[in-house]
Design a protein around this ligand. Structure first.
Ligand SMILES: Nc1ncnc2c1ncn2[C@@H]1O[C@H](COP(=O)(O)OP(=O)(O)O)[C@@H](O)[C@H]1O
Ligand code: SF4
Ligand SMILES: [Mg+2]
Length: 322
């Protein structure tokens, strides 16, 4: 099957005053047309930096794509200059972020921002751009789009703002949409509406969707395939079915066990004990060892290899070696 995007052994490091933060450290995955790929892992595992590397929107001068390839349309994105990248960004690959208030410009109306996104990439008149923008707002499930067109971001609720962001991201019919925690700031009902909207728009356009979240419930609902990230690496990869019904990596299993349920013993929400190690100084061996119930002496010394569990299902744990 035709691969829309292939990320191969990507390493993105930050050169900070405290040392080198290995934010993404050998990450590989691919995305097909029409596929939804979920990327899941606790905060600080390298999900956002992976996305920002694909968009080439890494912050400041400290970040560097150290090595690896990001293949899109037979081109390696890591080698493109800014001008070539601008043609891809927001046009062929779009991204939406967690907090739409910080991504929308408070001093321009929503309509302004959508038409600007449209005219920057499509060669059409202002009137055509406005009609298209209103239609996109309507497609994004916004009622009374003509009125919303003239409103400023602060006049809108969080849910509507995120719909506007999706409308902007989709205004140029991208081949890939990267959604980084798109519903985390929203309440459950609005979250469900936004996820439905993304599914619907994806079904219509056949775009590939990379959905980043720490929420396994969202992943289960949306994804075809799942990348589980821990400490800047992919620890398990597989179809959503395999990841949820036949997880092999102790970290994936711990994540699944930590899904909040209504009735937990002692009424507390379970979580994985311990914290993610800082990307400034990863230990040798398996990076999950300090928190892993299954760890033995070898885990702390030798890095586990990637083991093929079945077709399309891989896990990086010594326990998976037969
Ligand atoms: N601007 C930055 N400078 C230095 N380190 C950073 C910066 N941004 C992210 N990092 C580090 O990179 C790692 C991955 O971060 P991130 O991709 O934001 O995680 P996630 O999105 O999974 O929560 C973390 O250890 C984080 O501290
Ligand atoms: S390699 Fe060892 S420490 Fe790492 S997840 Fe597997 S059992 Fe746990
Ligand atoms: Mg993030």
């Amino acid at each position: 099957m035709y691969k829309l995007l292939e990320v191969k052994d990507l390493r993105t490091y930050f050169y900070t005053d405290d040392g080198i933060a290995k934010a993404v450290d050998g990450v590989s995955f691919s995305l097909e047309k029409g596929e939804t790929l979920g990327i899941v892992g606790e905060s600080g595992c390298g999900k956002s930096v992976t996305a920002l590397s694909i968009m080439r929107l890494l912050p400041g001068h400290t970040a560097k794509i150290e090595s690896g390839e990001i293949l899109f349309d037979r081109k390696d994105i890591t080698r493109l200059n800014e001008k070539e990248m601008r043609r891809i960004r927001g046009n062929e690959i779009s991204m939406i972020f967690q907090e739409p208030m910080t991504s929308l410009n408070p001093s321009y109306t929503c309509g302004n921002q959508i038409t600007e996104a449209i005219t920057a990439h499509l060669n059409i008149s202002g009137k055509e751009a406005k009609d298209k923008a209103v239609n996109i707002l309507r497609a994004a499930g916004i009622s009374n789009p003509e009125k919303r067109f003239n409103e400023y971001p602060h006049q809108l609720s969080g849910g509507i703002r995120q719909r506007v962001m999706i409308a902007i991201a989709l205004s140029c019919n991208p081949k890939i949409l990267i959604a980084d925690e798109p519903t985390t700031a929203l309440d459950v009902t609005v979250q469900a509406q936004i996820l439905d909207l993304m599914k619907k728009l994806q079904a219509e356009s056949g775009m590939g969707l990379i959905l980043i979240t720490h929420d396994l419930g969202v992943i289960a609902e949306m994804s075809d395939n799942v990348v589980v990230m821990y400490a800047s690496k992919v620890v398990e990869f597989g179809s959503a079915e395999e990841i949820f019904y036949n997880p092999k990596h102790p970290y994936t299993i711990a994540l699944l066990e930590s899904i909040p349920r209504l009735t937990t013993e002692k009424g507390r929400l379970p979580s994985i004990e311990g914290t993610v190690t800082s990307s400034l100084n990863y230990p040798p061996g398996c990076r999950f060892a300090a928190r892993c119930k299954e760890a033995d002496a070898r885990c702390g010394n030798e890095e586990p290899p990637t083991t093929r569990i079945s077709e399309g299902h891989y896990s990086c744990c010594w326990r998976n070696q037969s």
